[in-house]
Ligand binder design. Structure first.
Ligand code: GLN
Length: 193
């Protein structure tokens, strides 16, 4: 049996992830403080929100080093939007780096004010049928290393990628009411580790 899935619950859209995972039959728990890291953990959700706030809180609450080490050691991680920014090895036009475990370069708030939020429906490799993809003040993956698998794209740029144990996307599958992408994480990232 898999261990419960940890959901980083410092800021942002963490409750939505929890609801979907539980509807799919997964046990979950929230990470809000260092003591929460003592739970056995089978996977980690890094939700959307505000990456600068999350990065600051991760460090202040002394969660940062342990979580980074666990990601490097192979803990399956599913990151959406701000979560993907936390994983990126490099940020375009920005000197900040957070976990830096995913070999991609990401540009924050890349769609500008006019089109900062929009909705598309598209293909996602390994998932049957069209997937709803809401983008909210979304970042763009502007480049990625050769060994990063591209699972979805929009306008010629990757919107969902996988690198070993790390699944990251620039949109928000947790607010669509569909569990397709969470199911992908449970079956194709966690179960195959
Ligand atoms: N713009 C946010 C950031 O830079 C990300 C937006 C989101 O998570 N929806 O952190």
């Amino acid at each position: 049996m898999n261990h419960p899935i940890a959901i980083l619950a410092l800021q942002g859209a963490f409750a939505e992830h929890r609801k979907i995972l539980e509807s799919l039959g997964s046990e979950t728990f929230e990470i809000r403080q260092a003591a929460d890291l003592e739970h056995p953990c089978g996977g980690l959700i890094l939700p959307g929100g505000e990456s600068t706030v999350q990065g600051k809180l991760l460090r202040e609450l002394e969660l940062f080093d342990i979580l980074r080490q666990r990601i490097i050691s192979g803990l399956p991680v599913f990151a959406t939007c701000a979560g993907a920014i936390l994983l990126a090895e490099k940020l375009a036009d920005d000197t900040a780096v957070h976990f830096g475990t995913l070999p991609v370069t990401i540009r924050r708030n890349a769609y500008g004010r006019q089109t900062s939020s929009f909705y598309i429906s598209g293909k996602f490799a390994g998932v049957k049928g069209a997937v709803d993809m809401p983008f909210i003040r979304a970042p763009q993956i502007v480049s990625c290393a050769e060994n990063v698998e591209i699972l979805a794209s929009y306008g010629g740029q990757p919107t969902a990628v996988r690198y070993r144990n790390q699944l990251a996307m620039t949109f928000h599958p947790e607010i669509t009411g569909s569990g397709m992408i969470h199911e992908y994480f449970l079956k194709k990232v966690i179960d195959v580790q």
